[in-house]
Design a protein. Structure first.
Length: 266
């Protein structure tokens, strides 16, 4: 079965402005993808993480989800979109599982609505540029890169940097598949979210259990920063994923699924 066929087994559904993929039953795990991905980036979990209700959203501006109305949205804007999405699905007790920028959105939501979040699993969390002196320069560089390369160019140039060298070929295939399908306006909005994000500040406002994991070959959000994010939470555990890059849920799906199963009771 090729990649397109595997993804097609979990067709997109639509809840008003948000598209998503869903499977399973049990404790709800809401899967929040990174800036160059989509709901399909959680394919390995949708296929093999049993015992949970898995809901992988397409963030606003991704997949078939509508764009946010703000031209330069903040993490709080994505958190509000997530809040409305979960309300429509009647979900008031969820575990948030994020990767990269999805972790920034997860933390913003959990800080605003801690009573609705049981716990979080954050994989290679992006802390945001908000506290950095060169945040404007970083944002300009990413926006210029998008304009210069477009989705296809980003897929070819950035995808190999996201995964460890020893990863299975499938990992690069899925990462490239996802990046080719980004919508420039949605990606641009997400870059503004990243530029304004301050995950560590949101972390201090979430009192429940958190698991933070990062690959020791992650060059996008290296371990030093991920450990600092874990330390900002009142109750966080940290795990190093050996031989893994910035997309653990794809590169080391079996390991990640086992971590989630150990951390979140079925």
């Amino acid at each position: 079965m090729d990649l397109e066929q595997r993804i097609a087994r979990f067709p997109r559904r639509q809840s008003k402005s948000i598209s998503y993929r869903e499977t399973g039953a049990g404790q709800a795990l809401v899967l929040l993808h990174g800036i160059g991905s989509s709901s399909a980036g959680w394919l390995c979990q949708l296929e093999s993480l049993a015992g949970y209700r898995l809901i992988a959203w397409d963030a606003p501006g991704y997949g078939e989800s509508e764009f946010l109305s703000a031209a330069t949205p903040r993490p709080a804007d994505y958190a509000q979109a997530l809040h409305e999405f979960l309300d429509r699905l009647l979900l008031k007790d969820v575990v948030l599982v994020g990767n990269s920028l999805g972790c920034l959105m997860a933390a913003a939501y959990a800080a605003a609505h801690p009573e609705r979040v049981r716990s979080m699993v954050l994989l290679g969390p992006a802390g945001g540029y908000g506290g950095l002196p060169d945040k404007d320069q970083k944002l300009r560089g990413r926006l210029e890169e998008l304009d210069r390369l477009g989705p296809e160019g980003l897929a070819e140039q950035r995808s190999p940097t996201l995964i460890a060298k020893g990863s299975p070929p499938f990992a690069l295939e899925l990462v490239r598949w996802s990046q080719r399908r980004i919508r420039p306006q949605g990606f641009r909005q997400a870059l503004h979210c990243l530029a304004q994000g301050r995950l560590a500040e949101d972390a201090r406002r979430f009192p429940k259990k958190v698991l933070v994991a990062c690959g020791d070959e992650d060059v996008i959000t290296p371990e030093t920063g991920c450990k600092a994010i874990a330390a900002a939470f009142p109750r966080a555990e940290y795990r190093t994923l050996a031989g893994v890059g910035h997309a653990p849920q794809i590169e080391a799906a079996e390991t990640v699924n086992e971590l989630i199963a150990q951390f979140v009771p079925r």
